[in-house]
Design a protein around this ligand. Structure first.
Ligand SMILES: CC(C)(COP(=O)(O)OP(=O)(O)OC[C@H]1O[C@@H](n2cnc3c(N)ncnc32)[C@H](O)[C@@H]1OP(=O)(O)O)[C@@H](O)C(=O)NCCC(=O)NCCS
Length: 375
Protein backbone atom coordinates (compact mmCIF):
# COMPACT_ATOMS: atom_id res chain seq x y z
CA UNK A 1 0.00 0.00 0.00
CA UNK A 2 1.37 3.51 -0.81
CA UNK A 3 2.60 5.83 1.96
CA UNK A 4 -0.14 7.27 4.11
CA UNK A 5 -0.45 11.08 4.11
CA UNK A 6 -1.99 12.42 7.31
CA UNK A 7 -4.84 14.83 6.62
CA UNK A 8 -4.61 13.91 2.90
CA UNK A 9 -2.31 16.92 2.45
CA UNK A 10 -1.66 17.61 -1.26
CA UNK A 11 -3.53 14.43 -2.25
CA UNK A 12 -5.50 15.00 -5.44
CA UNK A 13 -8.77 13.16 -4.80
CA UNK A 14 -10.94 14.04 -7.81
CA UNK A 15 -11.20 15.91 -11.09
CA UNK A 16 -13.17 19.15 -10.93
CA UNK A 17 -13.84 22.05 -13.27
CA UNK A 18 -15.25 24.35 -10.61
CA UNK A 19 -12.51 25.95 -8.58
CA UNK A 20 -8.80 26.29 -9.27
CA UNK A 21 -6.63 27.13 -6.31
CA UNK A 22 -2.93 27.89 -6.64
CA UNK A 23 -1.51 28.06 -3.13
CA UNK A 24 1.93 29.26 -4.26
CA UNK A 25 0.68 32.14 -6.39
CA UNK A 26 -2.30 32.91 -4.15
CA UNK A 27 -4.60 32.60 -7.15
CA UNK A 28 -8.23 31.51 -6.96
CA UNK A 29 -10.61 31.12 -9.90
CA UNK A 30 -14.15 29.80 -10.41
CA UNK A 31 -14.40 28.17 -13.87
CA UNK A 32 -11.32 30.20 -14.77
CA UNK A 33 -12.77 33.58 -13.69
CA UNK A 34 -10.44 35.32 -11.22
CA UNK A 35 -11.84 35.87 -7.72
CA UNK A 36 -10.60 39.48 -7.84
CA UNK A 37 -12.72 40.12 -10.96
CA UNK A 38 -15.72 38.50 -9.32
CA UNK A 39 -15.23 40.52 -6.11
CA UNK A 40 -14.84 43.76 -8.07
CA UNK A 41 -17.52 43.32 -10.72
CA UNK A 42 -19.90 40.43 -10.00
CA UNK A 43 -22.75 39.68 -7.60
CA UNK A 44 -23.41 36.63 -5.45
CA UNK A 45 -26.26 35.57 -7.75
CA UNK A 46 -24.06 35.81 -10.85
CA UNK A 47 -21.28 33.89 -9.07
CA UNK A 48 -23.73 31.16 -8.04
CA UNK A 49 -24.89 30.86 -11.66
CA UNK A 50 -21.25 30.51 -12.73
CA UNK A 51 -20.67 27.77 -10.14
CA UNK A 52 -23.79 25.83 -11.16
CA UNK A 53 -23.54 26.22 -14.95
CA UNK A 54 -19.84 26.75 -15.63
CA UNK A 55 -20.39 30.00 -17.57
CA UNK A 56 -21.34 33.55 -16.66
CA UNK A 57 -25.05 34.18 -17.31
CA UNK A 58 -26.61 36.47 -19.89
CA UNK A 59 -28.73 39.29 -18.42
CA UNK A 60 -31.87 37.23 -19.08
CA UNK A 61 -30.44 34.15 -17.35
CA UNK A 62 -29.30 36.23 -14.40
CA UNK A 63 -32.70 37.91 -14.04
CA UNK A 64 -34.36 34.49 -14.13
CA UNK A 65 -32.07 33.10 -11.42
CA UNK A 66 -32.59 36.18 -9.24
CA UNK A 67 -36.34 35.72 -9.60
CA UNK A 68 -36.10 32.00 -8.71
CA UNK A 69 -33.97 32.71 -5.64
CA UNK A 70 -36.42 35.38 -4.41
CA UNK A 71 -39.41 33.10 -5.02
CA UNK A 72 -37.93 30.25 -2.99
CA UNK A 73 -36.91 32.08 0.19
CA UNK A 74 -39.87 31.08 2.32
CA UNK A 75 -39.67 27.86 4.36
CA UNK A 76 -42.43 25.28 4.54
CA UNK A 77 -44.54 26.47 7.53
CA UNK A 78 -43.92 23.25 9.43
CA UNK A 79 -40.16 23.87 9.32
CA UNK A 80 -40.73 26.77 11.70
CA UNK A 81 -42.86 24.48 13.92
CA UNK A 82 -39.96 22.06 13.97
CA UNK A 83 -37.52 24.80 15.00
CA UNK A 84 -39.85 25.86 17.79
CA UNK A 85 -39.45 22.37 19.32
CA UNK A 86 -35.71 22.82 19.78
CA UNK A 87 -34.25 24.20 23.03
CA UNK A 88 -33.40 27.87 22.55
CA UNK A 89 -29.86 27.03 23.66
CA UNK A 90 -29.30 25.03 20.43
CA UNK A 91 -26.45 26.55 18.45
CA UNK A 92 -27.34 28.18 15.10
CA UNK A 93 -25.07 25.75 13.24
CA UNK A 94 -26.80 22.75 14.82
CA UNK A 95 -30.19 24.17 13.87
CA UNK A 96 -28.98 24.77 10.33
CA UNK A 97 -27.72 21.18 10.06
CA UNK A 98 -30.96 19.77 11.47
CA UNK A 99 -33.13 21.99 9.25
CA UNK A 100 -31.39 21.05 6.02
CA UNK A 101 -31.77 17.40 6.92
CA UNK A 102 -35.48 17.93 7.67
CA UNK A 103 -36.08 19.78 4.39
CA UNK A 104 -35.75 16.42 2.59
CA UNK A 105 -39.08 15.47 4.16
CA UNK A 106 -40.76 18.44 2.46
CA UNK A 107 -39.42 17.65 -1.02
CA UNK A 108 -42.37 16.01 -2.78
CA UNK A 109 -40.09 15.14 -5.70
CA UNK A 110 -37.32 13.55 -3.59
CA UNK A 111 -37.03 10.43 -5.77
CA UNK A 112 -36.41 12.54 -8.88
CA UNK A 113 -32.63 12.44 -9.18
CA UNK A 114 -32.39 14.12 -12.59
CA UNK A 115 -29.79 16.84 -13.08
CA UNK A 116 -32.57 19.42 -13.54
CA UNK A 117 -34.32 18.41 -10.29
CA UNK A 118 -31.01 18.64 -8.44
CA UNK A 119 -30.28 22.07 -9.92
CA UNK A 120 -33.69 23.24 -8.67
CA UNK A 121 -32.80 21.84 -5.22
CA UNK A 122 -29.51 23.77 -5.30
CA UNK A 123 -31.43 26.98 -6.02
CA UNK A 124 -34.04 26.28 -3.33
CA UNK A 125 -31.46 25.43 -0.67
CA UNK A 126 -29.44 28.54 -1.49
CA UNK A 127 -32.57 30.70 -1.28
CA UNK A 128 -33.68 29.17 2.03
CA UNK A 129 -30.45 29.13 4.02
CA UNK A 130 -30.62 32.78 5.17
CA UNK A 131 -34.27 32.25 6.14
CA UNK A 132 -33.32 29.28 8.33
CA UNK A 133 -30.41 31.09 9.97
CA UNK A 134 -32.27 34.34 10.63
CA UNK A 135 -35.53 32.64 11.68
CA UNK A 136 -33.62 30.76 14.36
CA UNK A 137 -31.88 33.94 15.46
CA UNK A 138 -35.30 35.48 16.19
CA UNK A 139 -36.85 32.33 17.66
CA UNK A 140 -33.99 31.65 20.06
CA UNK A 141 -34.34 35.21 21.33
CA UNK A 142 -38.10 34.88 21.84
CA UNK A 143 -39.08 36.89 18.75
CA UNK A 144 -41.15 35.91 15.72
CA UNK A 145 -39.13 35.40 12.52
CA UNK A 146 -39.44 37.94 9.73
CA UNK A 147 -40.92 37.04 6.38
CA UNK A 148 -38.15 37.12 3.74
CA UNK A 149 -38.24 39.89 1.16
CA UNK A 150 -39.94 38.98 -2.15
CA UNK A 151 -37.23 40.90 -4.01
CA UNK A 152 -33.76 42.38 -3.35
CA UNK A 153 -30.44 40.56 -3.49
CA UNK A 154 -29.40 37.52 -1.42
CA UNK A 155 -27.10 39.87 0.54
CA UNK A 156 -29.70 42.60 1.21
CA UNK A 157 -32.33 40.04 2.19
CA UNK A 158 -29.90 38.35 4.60
CA UNK A 159 -29.20 41.67 6.35
CA UNK A 160 -32.87 42.63 6.32
CA UNK A 161 -33.91 39.34 7.90
CA UNK A 162 -31.71 40.06 10.91
CA UNK A 163 -32.69 43.66 11.64
CA UNK A 164 -35.97 44.23 9.79
CA UNK A 165 -34.32 47.19 8.06
CA UNK A 166 -33.10 47.42 4.50
CA UNK A 167 -29.32 47.99 4.43
CA UNK A 168 -27.87 51.07 2.72
CA UNK A 169 -26.29 50.54 -0.69
CA UNK A 170 -22.71 50.35 0.60
CA UNK A 171 -23.53 47.77 3.27
CA UNK A 172 -25.56 45.61 0.88
CA UNK A 173 -22.72 45.74 -1.64
CA UNK A 174 -20.04 44.89 0.93
CA UNK A 175 -22.09 41.92 2.15
CA UNK A 176 -22.53 40.82 -1.44
CA UNK A 177 -18.75 40.84 -1.95
CA UNK A 178 -18.25 38.82 1.25
CA UNK A 179 -20.70 36.23 -0.11
CA UNK A 180 -18.81 36.05 -3.43
CA UNK A 181 -15.51 35.52 -1.60
CA UNK A 182 -16.92 32.62 0.44
CA UNK A 183 -18.82 30.91 -2.39
CA UNK A 184 -16.40 28.10 -3.17
CA UNK A 185 -12.95 26.85 -2.32
CA UNK A 186 -12.11 23.59 -4.07
CA UNK A 187 -11.88 20.46 -1.90
CA UNK A 188 -12.01 22.06 1.54
CA UNK A 189 -13.20 19.76 4.34
CA UNK A 190 -16.93 20.56 4.06
CA UNK A 191 -17.00 20.31 0.26
CA UNK A 192 -15.14 17.01 0.43
CA UNK A 193 -17.67 15.79 3.01
CA UNK A 194 -20.51 16.80 0.66
CA UNK A 195 -18.88 14.97 -2.26
CA UNK A 196 -18.19 11.82 -0.21
CA UNK A 197 -21.88 11.68 0.73
CA UNK A 198 -23.06 12.47 -2.81
CA UNK A 199 -20.66 9.78 -4.05
CA UNK A 200 -22.83 7.14 -2.39
CA UNK A 201 -25.74 8.58 -4.44
CA UNK A 202 -27.36 9.84 -1.24
CA UNK A 203 -29.56 12.86 -1.97
CA UNK A 204 -28.56 16.51 -1.93
CA UNK A 205 -30.02 17.14 1.53
CA UNK A 206 -27.86 14.37 3.00
CA UNK A 207 -24.80 15.76 1.20
CA UNK A 208 -25.34 19.32 2.44
CA UNK A 209 -26.07 18.08 5.96
CA UNK A 210 -22.64 16.39 5.92
CA UNK A 211 -21.04 19.60 4.68
CA UNK A 212 -22.61 21.71 7.42
CA UNK A 213 -21.38 19.30 10.08
CA UNK A 214 -17.84 19.59 8.71
CA UNK A 215 -18.02 23.38 8.40
CA UNK A 216 -18.96 23.80 12.05
CA UNK A 217 -15.54 22.76 13.40
CA UNK A 218 -13.09 25.44 14.64
CA UNK A 219 -10.39 24.34 12.21
CA UNK A 220 -12.73 25.13 9.30
CA UNK A 221 -15.70 27.55 9.21
CA UNK A 222 -15.90 27.79 12.99
CA UNK A 223 -12.64 29.78 12.96
CA UNK A 224 -14.31 33.15 12.22
CA UNK A 225 -16.35 32.91 15.42
CA UNK A 226 -13.20 32.17 17.43
CA UNK A 227 -11.41 35.15 15.82
CA UNK A 228 -13.95 37.68 17.04
CA UNK A 229 -14.00 36.07 20.47
CA UNK A 230 -10.22 36.60 20.61
CA UNK A 231 -10.53 40.25 19.51
CA UNK A 232 -13.19 40.91 22.14
CA UNK A 233 -11.07 39.22 24.80
CA UNK A 234 -8.05 41.37 23.94
CA UNK A 235 -10.29 44.45 23.98
CA UNK A 236 -7.70 47.15 23.21
CA UNK A 237 -5.31 47.68 20.32
CA UNK A 238 -2.36 48.28 22.69
CA UNK A 239 -2.78 44.86 24.29
CA UNK A 240 -2.92 42.84 21.07
CA UNK A 241 0.79 42.33 20.41
CA UNK A 242 1.65 41.06 23.91
CA UNK A 243 -1.46 38.85 24.01
CA UNK A 244 -0.59 37.13 20.73
CA UNK A 245 3.12 36.74 21.52
CA UNK A 246 2.19 35.13 24.82
CA UNK A 247 -0.36 32.82 23.16
CA UNK A 248 2.17 31.74 20.54
CA UNK A 249 4.84 31.20 23.20
CA UNK A 250 2.34 28.89 24.89
CA UNK A 251 1.90 26.98 21.61
CA UNK A 252 -1.67 28.16 21.11
CA UNK A 253 -3.15 28.36 17.64
CA UNK A 254 -4.27 31.80 16.55
CA UNK A 255 -7.56 31.36 14.74
CA UNK A 256 -7.82 32.94 11.30
CA UNK A 257 -4.18 32.16 10.42
CA UNK A 258 -2.55 29.46 8.39
CA UNK A 259 -3.94 27.42 5.55
CA UNK A 260 -3.50 23.94 4.18
CA UNK A 261 -3.02 25.19 0.61
CA UNK A 262 -2.00 28.88 0.59
CA UNK A 263 1.67 29.65 1.17
CA UNK A 264 1.12 33.29 0.30
CA UNK A 265 -1.68 35.75 1.05
CA UNK A 266 -5.16 34.27 0.74
CA UNK A 267 -6.65 36.42 -2.08
CA UNK A 268 -9.96 36.54 -0.21
CA UNK A 269 -8.26 38.06 2.84
CA UNK A 270 -7.00 40.93 0.66
CA UNK A 271 -10.59 42.05 0.01
CA UNK A 272 -11.88 41.33 3.51
CA UNK A 273 -9.04 43.36 5.08
CA UNK A 274 -10.00 46.38 2.96
CA UNK A 275 -13.70 45.87 3.70
CA UNK A 276 -13.11 45.59 7.44
CA UNK A 277 -11.13 48.85 7.29
CA UNK A 278 -13.70 50.72 5.21
CA UNK A 279 -16.68 49.57 7.27
CA UNK A 280 -14.80 50.52 10.45
CA UNK A 281 -14.09 54.00 9.05
CA UNK A 282 -17.70 54.47 7.96
CA UNK A 283 -18.91 53.43 11.40
CA UNK A 284 -16.18 55.45 13.15
CA UNK A 285 -15.01 52.33 14.97
CA UNK A 286 -11.67 51.16 13.57
CA UNK A 287 -10.61 49.45 16.81
CA UNK A 288 -11.23 45.91 15.55
CA UNK A 289 -9.49 46.58 12.27
CA UNK A 290 -6.47 48.15 13.97
CA UNK A 291 -6.26 45.30 16.47
CA UNK A 292 -6.45 42.82 13.59
CA UNK A 293 -3.57 44.56 11.81
CA UNK A 294 -1.38 44.32 14.92
CA UNK A 295 -2.21 40.62 15.29
CA UNK A 296 -1.58 39.98 11.61
CA UNK A 297 1.87 41.60 11.77
CA UNK A 298 2.75 39.73 14.97
CA UNK A 299 1.71 36.27 13.68
CA UNK A 300 3.58 36.91 10.43
CA UNK A 301 6.74 37.93 12.32
CA UNK A 302 6.70 35.10 14.87
CA UNK A 303 5.24 32.17 12.88
CA UNK A 304 5.47 33.33 9.26
CA UNK A 305 1.73 32.64 8.84
CA UNK A 306 -0.72 34.69 6.76
CA UNK A 307 -4.30 35.65 7.60
CA UNK A 308 -6.90 33.44 5.96
CA UNK A 309 -10.50 34.17 4.88
CA UNK A 310 -11.80 33.90 8.43
CA UNK A 311 -9.57 36.53 10.01
CA UNK A 312 -10.94 39.79 8.60
CA UNK A 313 -14.43 38.43 7.96
CA UNK A 314 -14.77 38.24 11.76
CA UNK A 315 -14.43 42.00 12.39
CA UNK A 316 -16.39 42.73 9.21
CA UNK A 317 -19.39 40.63 10.33
CA UNK A 318 -19.15 42.05 13.84
CA UNK A 319 -19.43 45.59 12.50
CA UNK A 320 -22.40 44.55 10.37
CA UNK A 321 -24.17 43.67 13.62
CA UNK A 322 -24.26 39.88 13.30
CA UNK A 323 -24.30 38.08 16.64
CA UNK A 324 -21.05 36.11 16.97
CA UNK A 325 -22.75 32.69 16.79
CA UNK A 326 -24.00 33.59 13.29
CA UNK A 327 -20.54 34.00 11.77
CA UNK A 328 -20.24 30.39 10.64
CA UNK A 329 -23.90 30.05 9.52
CA UNK A 330 -23.39 33.18 7.36
CA UNK A 331 -20.37 31.48 5.78
CA UNK A 332 -22.79 28.62 4.94
CA UNK A 333 -25.30 31.07 3.37
CA UNK A 334 -22.68 31.66 0.70
CA UNK A 335 -20.85 28.30 0.56
CA UNK A 336 -24.13 26.52 -0.15
CA UNK A 337 -23.64 27.64 -3.77
CA UNK A 338 -20.25 25.92 -3.96
CA UNK A 339 -21.33 22.81 -2.07
CA UNK A 340 -24.31 22.26 -4.35
CA UNK A 341 -22.17 22.90 -7.45
CA UNK A 342 -19.76 20.18 -6.28
CA UNK A 343 -22.64 17.79 -5.53
CA UNK A 344 -24.02 18.37 -9.06
CA UNK A 345 -20.56 17.72 -10.50
CA UNK A 346 -20.16 14.58 -8.38
CA UNK A 347 -23.52 13.18 -9.55
CA UNK A 348 -22.67 13.98 -13.18
CA UNK A 349 -19.58 11.78 -13.14
CA UNK A 350 -19.90 9.66 -10.05
CA UNK A 351 -17.65 7.03 -8.58
CA UNK A 352 -17.97 5.94 -4.95
CA UNK A 353 -15.33 7.68 -2.82
CA UNK A 354 -13.83 5.00 -0.64
CA UNK A 355 -10.15 5.34 0.31
CA UNK A 356 -8.12 2.94 2.45
CA UNK A 357 -6.58 3.21 5.88
CA UNK A 358 -3.12 1.95 6.73
CA UNK A 359 -3.72 -0.45 9.60
CA UNK A 360 -1.49 0.29 12.62
CA UNK A 361 -3.46 -1.58 15.31
CA UNK A 362 -2.55 -4.87 17.03
CA UNK A 363 -2.51 -8.09 15.01
CA UNK A 364 -3.50 -11.66 15.81
CA UNK A 365 -5.27 -10.53 19.02
CA UNK A 366 -6.72 -13.63 20.72
CA UNK A 367 -10.44 -13.59 21.50
CA UNK A 368 -10.67 -13.90 25.32
CA UNK A 369 -14.08 -15.06 26.62
CA UNK A 370 -15.75 -12.31 28.71
CA UNK A 371 -15.61 -14.28 31.96
CA UNK A 372 -11.81 -14.52 31.63
CA UNK A 373 -11.14 -10.77 31.11
CA UNK A 374 -10.71 -9.74 34.72
CA UNK A 375 -12.70 -7.23 36.76
C1 LIG B 1 -5.95 25.86 8.73
C2 LIG B 1 -5.14 24.83 9.49
C3 LIG B 1 -6.09 23.83 10.15
C4 LIG B 1 -4.23 24.11 8.49
O1 LIG B 1 -3.61 23.11 9.20
P1 LIG B 1 -2.49 22.15 8.63
O2 LIG B 1 -2.27 22.34 7.19
O3 LIG B 1 -2.85 20.77 9.10
O4 LIG B 1 -1.19 22.67 9.35
P2 LIG B 1 -0.64 22.13 10.72
O5 LIG B 1 -1.75 22.05 11.71
O6 LIG B 1 0.12 20.88 10.46
O7 LIG B 1 0.34 23.30 11.13
C5 LIG B 1 1.69 23.42 10.66
C6 LIG B 1 2.48 24.25 11.65
O8 LIG B 1 1.99 25.58 11.69
C7 LIG B 1 1.48 25.88 12.99
N1 LIG B 1 0.22 26.58 12.82
C8 LIG B 1 -0.68 26.39 11.83
N2 LIG B 1 -1.71 27.22 11.97
C9 LIG B 1 -1.44 27.95 13.09
C10 LIG B 1 -2.13 28.97 13.73
N3 LIG B 1 -3.31 29.40 13.28
N4 LIG B 1 -1.59 29.51 14.84
C11 LIG B 1 -0.41 29.09 15.30
N5 LIG B 1 0.30 28.11 14.71
C12 LIG B 1 -0.21 27.55 13.61
C13 LIG B 1 1.28 24.54 13.68
O9 LIG B 1 1.34 24.65 15.07
C14 LIG B 1 2.40 23.77 13.08
O10 LIG B 1 3.58 24.19 13.71
P3 LIG B 1 4.68 23.12 14.17
O11 LIG B 1 5.14 22.48 12.89
O12 LIG B 1 5.70 23.96 14.84
O13 LIG B 1 3.97 22.17 15.09
C15 LIG B 1 -4.27 25.51 10.57
O14 LIG B 1 -3.46 26.50 9.98
C16 LIG B 1 -5.09 26.11 11.71
O15 LIG B 1 -5.42 25.41 12.67
N6 LIG B 1 -5.47 27.42 11.59
C17 LIG B 1 -6.35 28.03 12.57
C18 LIG B 1 -7.79 27.69 12.25
C19 LIG B 1 -8.31 28.46 11.06
O16 LIG B 1 -8.09 29.65 10.94
N7 LIG B 1 -9.04 27.73 10.20
C20 LIG B 1 -9.63 28.31 9.02
C21 LIG B 1 -8.91 27.87 7.79
S1 LIG B 1 -9.51 28.74 6.35
Amino acid sequence: MPTTIDGLEDIVATHSSICDLDGKLGKLTYFGVDIHDLANHSSFEETAYLLWHGVLPTQKQLDELRQQLCANRQLPARMLDLMRLLPTTTSPMDVLRTSISALAAFDADLQNKSAEANLQRAIRLTAMLPTIVMSWEHLRNGREPLVPLPDHSHAANLLYMLSGKLPDDYTAHAMDVALILHADHELNASTFAARVTAGTLADMYASITSAIGALSGPLHGGANEQVIRTLLKIGEVDKADAYIRNALANKQRIMGFGHRVYRTEDPRATHLRAMSKELGERQKDTRWYEMSRVIEQCVKEVKGLNANVDFYSASFYYLLGFPIELDTPIFACSRISGWTAHVLEQYANNRLIRPRAEYIGPKETPYVPINQRGA
